[in-house]
Structures are given as structure tokens and as C-alpha cells.
Design a protein around this ligand. Structure first.
Ligand SMILES: [Zn+2]
Ligand SMILES: [Zn+2]
Length: 395
């Protein structure tokens, strides 16, 4: 295997230690990539993770909230308890990378880099076990079912933080388009909430040549889609972020038939709980009023998904300080902006203080693209970041 790590000179002992087994780490990452498993089906992945952690000397608990794996390692007399989380599941996407280690499971792909997040944490786990250079309790959380927003909740419901108490919890996500190995920190809202609305506009169908004898749900839908953006521009404080996207609209079967109904699927995103509530209040009201103005009716099903990821100030400052102490300034993004994607790590941050950070994946295809691949050159710097964070926190 030919691996070229940019700036090949190790920066310190941790990097040297992690690079000593980097080929094994890359082999793990590519094995995970080749064998992706969908949310709630991460059986092989979880077994592989547990096997490695046991071989490193961790106490390992499997089956936490589904296929979740939790590993703990106690060293010294320190009383502090640190949690680090990685997500492990893949997506229902058909891979089109043409890579030698591309998915061998049709229609399933690691298109979000969770194969990389898992490998990064395993590499840090190995180094930290080998060096034992901390004092306290280290808890590593390998979370399933992130992509469907179920895994964090399931682990918490399975009493994750009661069984494995932590004082703070951290996690990271790779980010395409950000320089490979560069770290990004955001205090406060870092990723958006995501909620879903299904709207059905019901009219009265009939012949396309006699519209006056019908109630046209297509026209009512078109008006609603246009009016929808007035929520963002007129009901939300202009200093706040809100996104409403109609991702799906379906109605009718032929050019000369006015259909009975049209169905729309909408994603609603926000950084603040107040804006989130406002979208939930205004969207159904607007759908109903718009439909009624055409003589039609609107049925709205609004479902809450994930809350926003809200990073705690103290823990975010701590993580940023770790990066400043152990990495050159160029490897820390200057003013990293919050992202409008979402993450179910949000649920963990509602339970324990912590921070979710970002690491650049370089010039790759975007997340959830069939052309995306995790960048193996960021395993070493990201694993070294977890190592230094654990050592500094548990010191
Ligand atoms: Zn994803
Ligand atoms: Zn992801």
C-alpha cells in the first residue's frame, strides 16, 4: 500500500506513534469502506470495533442502544471522566467512486466518512492504551444509526451516561472543501436542527379542459411553494438562520387531468430553538391559508427530527486550546462557520456538556455524494488531536 502523508515529518511523539501503525489504520478504514452497513444493521462493524478495542486492552461493552460499542480505560488515580464519540453507520447510496476498496454491498456506501471517524478513534484508542499517558477514565463511544437520527437517542435511552459516566463528551466530523487536516471549532449553535413536514393539498379533480368545475391543487401548491419563503424572509428575525426547502412535490398523471391532490415534502432547519418553533408554527398555518384561498384544503404532518448541535462554551474553548497547544496555527481554521447540516450528536450535548468539531477532508466530493471518499491523510492528525485532548483533559 502506497500512502503519502503530506508534510511527512512527524510533529511530535504522538504523531510518530500513530504513524507507526498508520498502514494498519488505513487498512481498517478501507475494510470498513468495503463492508458498509446501514443504520441499525451495523453488526459486522460493531464486532470489528469491539475486537480491536479488546486487543488494545479496553473494557468493552457491546449492544448499547442497538449495535453501539462502549470502551473504557482507567489509568492512574485521576477522577475526571472523558467521553469521545464516533459514528459508525453507512448510507443507502450506490457508490460511484470506482475505488479498489469500493463498497461490495449494492446500494450501501460509506458516503459520510463514518468509516474514517471510526478509524480515527480506534487509532487514538490504540495509542492511548499503549502509552497510558493520562490519569482518569477514558470512555469511547461508537454510535450506530446516526444517519437516521436514532443511534444517539437509543444509546442515551439504554442509560449510556449512567452506565458510563462522563464529565464532558466530544465528537468530530470530516468536512469536504476544508483543507485536509485543518480543525474547525464553533461555540454555540454549530449545526442546524432538522424537522420534516409532509403537506397534502387536496382539491377536486376533473377534466383539464374545464378547470372551473374543479378545485386545482396544482395551482394552490404552486402558490404555497412561493409563499413558503416569506416565512424565512418575514417571520424570522433577519439576523437568524432558517431554511425551508421543498425537496419533493408530486401530483397528477396526465396533461389533461386536474388531480385530486398534490403532496409536498419539506425540510425545515434552524440554529435556534426559538426559530425552530416559529417554523413549526408558521408552516402549517401558511399551508392551510394558502390552500383555502383557492378553495382547497391542506393536511400537514410536521415531525421533529434532531435539535440543533449546540456546543458548550467551556468545552469548545478547551478543545480549541488543545489544538493551539499541539498544532501549528495554519492547521486551525480562523473563523469556522456553523453548518446547516445536522447531527444527532445534538442529543448527547443535551445530556452532557461538550463540543462537536470539524476536520477538513480536503478537496473531496461532498458528503452523501456517490463520489465521496474519506481522506486517509487526516487519520493521523485527527487521531493525534483526540490523543492530546484526552491527555490534557485527563491530566
Ligand atoms: Zn451523513
Ligand atoms: Zn456523518
Amino acid at each position: 500500500m502506497n500512502i503519502h502523508i503530506d508534510g511527512a515529518r512527524p510533529q511530535d511523539d504522538a504523531e510518530r506513534g500513530i504513524l507507526a501503525f498508520i498502514e494498519e489504520s488505513i487498512a481498517i478504514r478501507r475494510d470498513l469502506h468495503r463492508h458498509p452497513e446501514l443504520s441499525l444493521k451495523e453488526k459486522r462493524t460493531a464486532a470489528l470495533i469491539a475486537r480491536y478495542l479488546l486487543s488494545f486492552g479496553y473494557e468493552v461493552t457491546e449492544g448499547v442502544g442497538g449495535h453501539g460499542v462502549v470502551a473504557t480505560l482507567k489509568r492512574g488515580h485521576g477522577e475526571k471522566r472523558l467521553g469521545i464519540r464516533a459514528d459508525i453507520d453507512a448510507l443507502p447510496i450506490t457508490e460511484e467512486t470506482g475505488l479498489a476498496y469500493a463498497s461490495d454491498t449494492p446500494g450501501v456506501m460509506h458516503a459520510c466518512g463514518h468509516d474514517g471517524h471510526t478509524t480515527i478513534l480506534l487509532a487514538a484508542a490504540r495509542y492511548l492504551a499503549e502509552t497510558s499517558s493520562f490519569s482518569g477514565t477514558l470512555t469511547l463511544i461508537f454510535q450506530p444509526a446516526e444517519e437516521i437520527g436514532a443511534g444517539a437517542r437509543a444509546m442515551i435511552k439504554d442509560r449510556l451516561f449512567e452506565r458510563f459516566p462522563v464529565d464532558a463528551v466530544f465528537g468530530l466530523h470530516n468536512w469536504p472543501g476544508v483543507e485536509a487536516g485543518q480543525f474547525g471549532f464553533v461555540e454555540g449553535p454549530a449545526m442546524a436542527s432538522v424537522d420534516k413536514a409532509k403537506v397534502r393539498i387536496v382539491g377536486r379533480g376533473g377534466h383539464g379542459a374545464a378547470p372551473h368545475e374543479t378545485v386545482d391543487p396544482v395551482l394552490a401548491s404552486a402558490s404555497f411553494v412561493t409563499a413558503l419563503q416569506s416565512i424565512v424572509s418575514r417571520n424570522v428575525d433577519p439576523r437568524e438562520m432558517a431554511v425551508l426547502t421543498v425537496g419533493s412535490i408530486h401530483g397528477g398523471t396526465a396533461s389533461n387531468v386536474i388531480p385530486e391532490s398534490v403532496e409536498l415534502q419539506i425540510t425545515a432547519r434552524a440554529f435556534s430553538p426559538v426559530v425552530r418553533d416559529r417554523l413549526e408554527e408558521r408552516l402549517p398555518a401558511l399551508a392551510k391559508a394558502q390552500a383555502e384561498s383557492f378553495g382547497a384544503k391542506a393536511e400537514v404532518a410536521y415531525a421533529r427530527g434532531f435539535p440543533p448541535v449546540i456546543n458548550h462554551a467551556v468545552q469548545t474553548a478547551f478543545a480549541q486550546d488543545v489544538a493551539r497547544r499541539h498544532f501549528p496555527p495554519g492547521q486551525i481554521a480562523e473563523s469556522f462557520q456553523p453548518r446547516t447540516a445536522s447531527e444527532d450528536f445534538a442529543f448527547m450535548l443535551q445530556e452532557r456538556p461538550g463540543s462537536y468539531l470539524f476536520v477538513g477532508n480536503g478537496d473531496s466530493a461532498p458528503l452523501h455524494s456517490p463520489h465521496y471518499d474519506f481522506n486517509d491523510t487526516i487519520i493521523a492528525p485527527a487521531a493525534r488531536f483526540w490523543v492530546r485532548l484526552a491527555e490534557d483533559y485527563l491530566s
